[in-house]
Design a protein. Structure first.
Length: 573
């Protein structure tokens, strides 16, 4: 069937004028992407880590604010903009002249905006201004520093640190406390980057910033097979549980257990999973975080791994659900609960429950010796490894949001194609969209999730729009609206979570068609074609960050002609 699909595509004279391949092609440069916060993903090694980011501002124009200099006993550094050719071939490198004299330090630095605690990797390119000789210069990430031997060739220096403050600084300096640092230095600097990391020790691809931090798209992978899933698009969510990885913290009340901190490698590839160890008492053995959530649907999750005990109870609003984290199976599910379990890296499983709450409630993780067992006599050594506790308002789990002392919100992913990037290929009179995607939840009972939407920039975009979406309650639809009237409303099958769906939708006046997974083609032979469309929303509505897909998009193709029904069926197979 794949070969048939290939032959059919090759036989279409016009070919796909747009082919957005999020598996092997990354983010097409015609797409504008934004998200207002850090966010996690599963990378190609199967580990949980962060999306690409650069939290430094003015990463190339380093002679301007918020970069600034200071000194103790020396000279405040002099920064000269556009003083040399940068690694990218542009004349954007900043000349930095440092002199600590007989004093303690002379430094050029930027204090970053506040962001959650964790590990961050600072990096910067440096070379000597003269292009000859060497200079021993310090790179400091918060309070951790290293000596950099700067030569006449550009080098990218980096340093990982877990800052002790919420507003750490990144510094280029000469400091008596950094062994090897010189008294004076004349260097070129360029491309400052600060990015959140989990297991990584080398900097990622550099991304320039000006007045705002950069938060990049997420290309997600299966944690077991390591297969690429595509571009992850999610709605905004908040982790309501604080100290999500620190079960030793007092916010987690202990009952019949102790906590062994950082006892094994977690799904993020670092030693950040705690062991919840039962004591020798008879009764319940658990940790709980009280008073989170509110009335409405909430989803609670945690990553768990056996450490002498194979069973864990996830308890919310006094209702228990049992999970076997050795076999990856679910035991007894509590009344009013829906539950799921999914493998993660390093032998962990993510155990997830959803319940409609009456109000704020305690969230409990309890050890068990078997299904339907909640009370027993402990042996003092057995337990469960835990990592990544999460409670979020919503009827399904989204990607993990780490927290420390406060709740953390992950902003929605927004991807659009506008202007000539859209109008240069879109045919207003007829065309065909083909897309491959999956969803995180089968039935979206809260709001529809868009695969794509060809629309207008107006918030009244329902007046003229073509969109493929996962409607309530989880039925695939292709809807066309012209002048405020639905021209076509074609339906497909009910979606299944974490399952790839392939859809093809064609439009032409009085001639609409929709095919899914190679099935029968739904048609509509009446209705006008919408006009004035100016943008493509990818994984969301387009005009705003609403009605996010909550899933992965693997590929979107566009043909500027209304393809035959048989071709639609084959392309969606």
């Amino acid at each position: 069937m794949n070969r048939l699909r290939t032959r059919l595509r090759a036989s279409i004279a016009s070919g796909p004028l747009v082919l957005l391949d999020f598996i092997s092609g990354g983010l097409d440069p015609r797409i504008t992407f934004s998200r207002g916060s850090n966010a996690t993903l599963v990378d190609s090694t199967g580990k949980i880590t962060y999306a690409p980011a650069n939290l430094m501002l003015q990463s190339q124009t380093m002679a301007v604010s918020p970069w600034a200099g200071d000194t103790v006993g020396g000279t405040i550094p002099t920064a000269t903009a556009n003083a040399g050719v940068a690694p990218d071939g542009t004349t954007t490198a900043t000349r930095l002249q440092l002199n600590r004299g007989a004093g303690t330090f002379s430094r050029w630095q930027q204090t970053t905006p506040a962001f959650p605690a964790g590990s961050f990797l600072a990096s910067i390119w440096m070379k000597t201004t003269s292009g000859t000789g060497t200079a021993n210069v310090g790179l400091r990430n918060d309070v951790t520093a290293t000596n950099c031997v700067v030569t006449g060739a550009w080098q990218r220096f980096s340093l990982v640190n877990t800052p002790a403050t919420a507003n750490p600084s990144v510094q280029i300096l000469l400091f008596t406390s950094i062994p090897g640092n010189d008294v004076t230095a004349d260097i070129l600097v360029w491309g400052a980057q600060l990015e959140p990391v989990t297991y990584q020790t080398a900097p990622s691809t550099y991304v320039a910033t000006t007045t705002a931090a950069y938060y990049g798209p997420r290309f997600d992978y299966d944690p077991v097979t390591l297969a690429a899933k595509g571009l992850l698009i999610e709605e905004q969510r908040t982790n309501l549980l604080t100290y999500s990885e620190q079960f030793d913290n007092a916010i987690w009340v202990k009952g019949g257990v102790t906590v062994s901190v950082n006892a094994t490698t977690s799904p993020d590839g670092t030693a950040t999973a705690d062991k919840i160890v039962e004591d020798t008492s008879t009764g319940n053995h658990n940790v709980f975080n009280g008073g989170a959530g509110a009335a409405g649907a909430h989803t609670m999750s945690v990553f768990a791994k056996p450490a002498g005990r194979d069973w864990i109870i996830v308890r919310i609003e006094g209702i228990d659900t049992w999970f076997n984290v050795a076999s990856g199976t679910i035991g007894t599910i509590g009344v009013g609960i829906t539950a799921s379990i999914a493998p993660a890296a390093n032998g962990f499983y993510r155990c997830t429950i959803t319940k409609t709450l009456a109000g704020a409630t305690a969230c409990t993780y309890r050890l068990a010796t078997g299904n339907n067992i909640s009370s027993y006599t402990g042996d003092g050594t057995s337990g469960i490894f835990l990592y990544g506790a999460q409670l979020e308002a919503g009827a399904f789990a989204t990607s993990y949001i780490p927290t420390v002392a406060s709740q953390v919100t992950r902003s929605a992913d927004v991807a659009t194609m506008t202007g000539t990037n859209f109008s240069s290929w879109y045919n207003q009179s007829e065309g065909t969209f083909v897309a491959d995607f999956d969803v995180l939840v089968s039935a979206n009972a809260v709001a529809p999730g868009h695969v794509l939407a060809a629309t207008t920039a107006s918030t009244q975009n329902n007046i003229n729009r073509i969109w493929m979406w996962n409607g309530t309650p989880g039925v695939l639809r292709n809807t066309v609206n012209s002048g405020g009237v639905n021209s076509a409303e074609l339906t497909g099958p009910t979606t299944v979570a974490n399952t790839i769906f392939k859809v093809a939708a064609a439009y032409r006046v009085n001639d609409y068609a929709f095919a899914t997974n190679g099935g029968a083609v739904a048609t509509d032979t009446s209705g006008a074609v919408p006009v004035g469309l100016t943008l493509l929303g990818i994984g969301q509505r387009g005009d705003t960050a609403l009605e996010n897909l909550n899933g992965h998009i693997r590929q979107i193709a566009y043909y500027n002609t209304r393809l035959p029904n048989a071709t639609l069926q084959a392309l969606s197979a």
